[in-house]
Ligand binder design. Structure first.
Ligand code: CA
Length: 220
């Protein structure tokens, strides 16, 4: 799962990155919310940890901007601990609020809780068009037959199946599956989509190619 962290305090940011990575999450940690606006579009985070007091764009402003078009869960992490601050963040669309200082166990429990009550996208098993994808065991079955996929193919398929109908540009897929700072080119995406399609056999038709744009998943 991809978690975007926005925290300007370097020591805390590094600690969060270390802990989240060790817990098996994919992390992108930024020190300002302006860059984070771009990352939200390009990297498609599944959860955002947001500090409030930041250089440049403030946490609450960031929240207001992304809430106009995104439902990505946001947990605010802030030293501000007054009821007024907490209510202001929740009213602007934050899903939860953690006050500093906090332990990593506490933060991780909050992340799990937000994911659980989150959108259908976080359900452990997704079934559509005869394909069953289990995010916990990383297994994919078609008509009860296990399909052998590589890690990247699995990530691509789960991204598609979690967002039916959504159009993904090659760059979005590249950033989401291969990471933000990679040197790969978008042809890598085409090659992996091609093998994934082949493995899905007749169900490969669910992956639609949108010329010059990218791909979308559509189960008829
Ligand atoms: Ca701060």
């Amino acid at each position: 799962m991809r978690i975007l962290t926005i925290e300007d305090e370097a020591a805390l940011r590094e600690l969060i990155e270390y802990d989240l990575t060790r817990a098996g999450f994919q992390c992108l940690c930024l020190d300002n919310a302006n860059d984070a606006l771009i990352a939200v579009e390009d990297w498609l985070p599944e959860l955002i940890l947001l500090d409030l007091m930041l250089p440049g764009l403030q946490g609450l402003q960031f929240l207001e901007i992304i809430r106009k078009k995104q439902t990505t869960p946001v947990i605010v992490i802030s030293a501000r601990n007054s009821e007024k601050d907490i209510i202001a963040a929740l009213d602007r669309g934050a899903d939860d609020y953690v006050t500093k200082p906090f332990t990593f166990n506490f933060l991780e429990a909050k992340i799990r809780a937000v994911m659980r009550r989150g959108q259908a996208g976080f359900s452990a098993v997704i079934e559509a068009g005869g394909i069953r994808l289990d995010l916990t065991s990383h297994r994919v079955k078609i008509d009860n037959q296990v399909l052998n996929l590589t890690q990247k193919e699995f990530e691509l398929l789960s991204l598609f199946m979690r967002s039916p109908g959504q159009v993904f540009s090659r760059n979005q897929l590249l950033n989401a599956v291969w990471g933000y700072d990679n040197e790969l080119i978008s042809r890598t995406v085409d090659a992996h989509v091609a093998t994934l399609r082949k493995k899905l056999a007749d169900k490969g038709r669910y992956i639609q190619t949108l010329p010059k744009i990218g791909y979308a998943w559509e189960v008829e």
